[in-house]
Design a protein around this ligand. Structure first.
Ligand code: ADP
Length: 198
């Protein structure tokens, strides 16, 4: 358990949400090392499977390249087995999951079974036009197959339709912590650690 001399124990079972290009992966890596918890990115796990040409990868690629979500059952099973690993027992930061209301229910059930619950949901607030620019630049630098302008627009549309309803769910539970994601990378990290009391 991490404690600070003058504050409460830092929350350890966390989600980070925000639109594509909001900087979730960058911030997740930083929070993960600051709190010594694994950052678990469903997008990264899918991409590793795509590169490894596994059965899961072949299936996932057909959705990812269109900017659509991989079917819930596939994603839920993958997360369930990842959360069962040893390193996730003391806490985790999930990046890119849950993304649909069905995934919220599935995650609740997984945590319930394990006798645990979420501590906080970090939300990176960004402007949609700015993220399109960031993603086009990332596509040019990293060659991600889903960072083309057409796919980016589709991903943002899918995010607005399927993922923004989650914000309300977590807000009602009192778990949502909003942070301005348009500031510098360091400032965003500082703000995230601050809302976590870390
Ligand atoms: P983004 O930058 O769009 O947030 P990610 O790396 O998190 O990208 O995800 C890339 C793609 O992987 C998504 O567009 C989707 O096809 C698939 N994916 C990732 N997480 C999920 C999820 N929780 N449910 C369904 N599909 C997912």
């Amino acid at each position: 358990m991490t404690t600070t001399p003058d504050g409460p124990a830092a929350a350890r079972r966390l989600l980070i949400v925000g639109p594509p290009g909001a900087g979730k992966g960058t911030q997740a890596a930083r929070i993960s090392s600051a709190l010594s918890i694994p950052a678990i990115s469903t997008g990264d796990i899918f991409r590793a499977n795509v590169s490894g040409e596994t059965e899961l990868g072949v299936l996932a690629k057909s959705y990812i390249d269109k900017g659509e979500y991989v079917p819930d059952e596939v994603t839920n099973d993958m997360v369930r087995s990842r959360l069962a690993e040893d390193d996730a027992q003391a806490g985790f930061l999930l990046d890119g999951y849950p993304r649909t209301l069905a995934q919220v229910d599935a995650l609740d059930a997984m945590l319930d079974e394990a006798g645990s619950a979420l501590d906080a949901v970090l939300m990176l607030e960004v402007d949609y036009d700015a993220v399109v620019e960031r993603l086009i630049a990332r596509g040019a630098e990293q060659g991600r197959s889903d960072d083309t302008e057409e796919t980016i627009r589709k991903r943002i549309e899918v995010y607005r339709e399927q993922t923004t309803p989650l914000v309300e769910v977590y807000e009602k539970r009192g778990l949502l912590r909003r942070v301005d994601g348009m500031r510098s990378i360091d400032d965003v990290t500082t703000a995230l650690l601050q809302v976590l009391g870390a």
